[in-house]
Each structure stands twice: as C-alpha cells, then as structure tokens.
Design a protein around this ligand. Structure first.
Ligand code: 6PG
Length: 242
C-alpha cells in the first residue's frame, strides 16, 4: 500500500553533483522560510559528501545562517571519530571545518563505552534538548532529517532483519550486528519526527530500493518509514530509473 507520507516529491539531477546542487538550493530555501534554531540530522556514508561540500562552499556558504543550525547524526559507526569509517569525520572534513558553526551546536554520537552506553547517552542528549522524554507529534524533534538509502533498503542504520526495526519506544538504539562494526542509530520514532525529510540517493543499483521505499513497501526498512512532515527525494537518473 502506497503512503503519500513516504512517497513525497522526486527531484532529479543529471548526475551526483547536480543532485547535490538541487538539494542545496532546497536546503537554503527551507532555512530562509524558517526562524530560530534549525535542527538537522546528518546522514552518513558517501553520497551526502558532495552536498556538505557544496553548502559549505563559495556558492552557498554565505546564504546559510550557521548560527541557527544545530547538527546531529541519524546514525554513526561505532568507531573512533578520527576513523576513516566515521560519519562524524566525513562531516567534519566536508562541512564542519569549513563553516562558522559553534562547537556547542554540534552533537556527535558518542563512541566511547559500549554501543549501548553510546545509544543511551545520545538519547539523553536528544531528550534534554527536546525538553521531554516522549515525542509530541505536534513538536518534531528535527527540522530536517537527511537520509541515504542502501541497495538493501536500509536507511540510517535501520538494517534489514535487525531488532531495531521493531523499536518504537526508544529514540536511539545500538545495532550490534549486520555490519562490520556496531552502529548507533536513530529509531523509527526519532527518524520520523522531523518537519522535513530529504533522501539523497544516487546510483542505478539503488533504483529497486527507491521504488520499494517510495511505495511504502514494508519488506524493506526504508519502506516502513512514515515521516511526520514533507518528504523530498533528491536522485540522479539511475536511482530514479525504476
Ligand atoms: C551510513 C549511512 C547509511 C547510508 C547508506 C547509503 O552510516 O552508512 O547512514 O544509511 O546513508 O548506506 O550510503 P552511500 O551514500 O555510501 O551509498
């Protein structure tokens, strides 16, 4: 059963750089139409790097109100923050070191102690900033949730077959299996609690997952998402081919 809340709007770019630019234009527009603190959950992996470099580059940097932004991560690999696999490190190199954002407004996922410790600690951080331990549908946790998509239909670290897919109470969970290293991920309730959701997806190998996700196909993790707010899919021709 297709569900409009996940289908959303599709914006197609000729190639990965064009996709990043369309997403950057849209991002600046959202900021210009908002006021006050703007909370973003960053996605990891490789696709968003072009977007991060663009918004922190000469064409866009001056249009972004960096003092209003608070940055979070939708998921993180449980590796040191200086590891080549760290989503935090990728964002630090492609974005954070290039813009005047205040350190106090950057909220990396902790990667010390155990994965469970890290998940609990991050959840405490989110709930402290939100001001409650229960999510209110009328008060989204984030203004923008950035998400990628894997060919297997995972998003964030909502990984096929993992217990985290059934978690509807906690906001953050440790995912101990399914990848080479443990992951810390926002759960469905937290991922869905956003005014805007933007998927950045490129590559023909993801076309089938895109089609299933946008159709609300519950057989893949991304298809089970029911974001509270508007959803936009920024894709290249390959990813949107199905
Ligand atoms: C991660 C991401 C993950 C990613 C997809 C797509 O930590 O890897 O959060 O969900 O968005 O796997 O990754 P690519 O952009 O590298 O294809």
């Amino acid at each position: 059963m297709s569900d409009l809340s996940i289908t959303g709007r599709a914006v197609i770019g000729a190639d990965a750089q064009a996709v990043a630019r369309k997403a950057a234009d849209w991002f600046v527009e959202r900021l210009q139409q908002s006021e006050g603190i703007f909370r973003i959950a960053l996605s990891g992996g490789t696709t968003p790097r072009a977007f991060y470099r663009l918004i922190s580059g000469p064409d866009f940097r001056e249009w972004v109100p960096w003092d209003r932004l608070q940055l979070f991560w939708g998921d993180e690999r449980f590796v040191p923050h200086d590891s080549a696999d760290s989503n935090y490190r990728m964002a630090r190199e492609a974005l954070l070191t290039r813009v005047p954002i205040l350190e106090k407004n950057i909220h990396p996922v902790p990667v010390d102690g155990t994965p469970e410790d890290a998940a609990r600690s991050y959840e405490t951080t989110l709930q402290g900033l939100y001001g409650a331990t229960a999510l209110d549908p009328a008060k989204p946790l984030f203004d923008l949730m950035l998400l990628g998509l894997g060919p297997d239909g995972h998003t964030a670290s909502l990984i096929p077959g993992e217990p985290v897919l059934e978690e509807r109470t906690r906001w953050v969970a440790a995912v101990e299996h399914g990848r080479t290293e443990p992951r810390i991920t926002l759960t469905y309730p937290a991922v869905e609690s956003s005014r805007f959701t933007a998927f950045l997806v490129t590559g023909a190998e993801k076309a089938a997952a895109v089609k299933a996700a946008r159709a609300g196909d519950a057989s893949i993790p991304a298809g089970r998402l029911r974001p509270a707010g508007d959803v936009v899919w920024f894709m290249d021709k390959g990813a949107s081919a199905a």
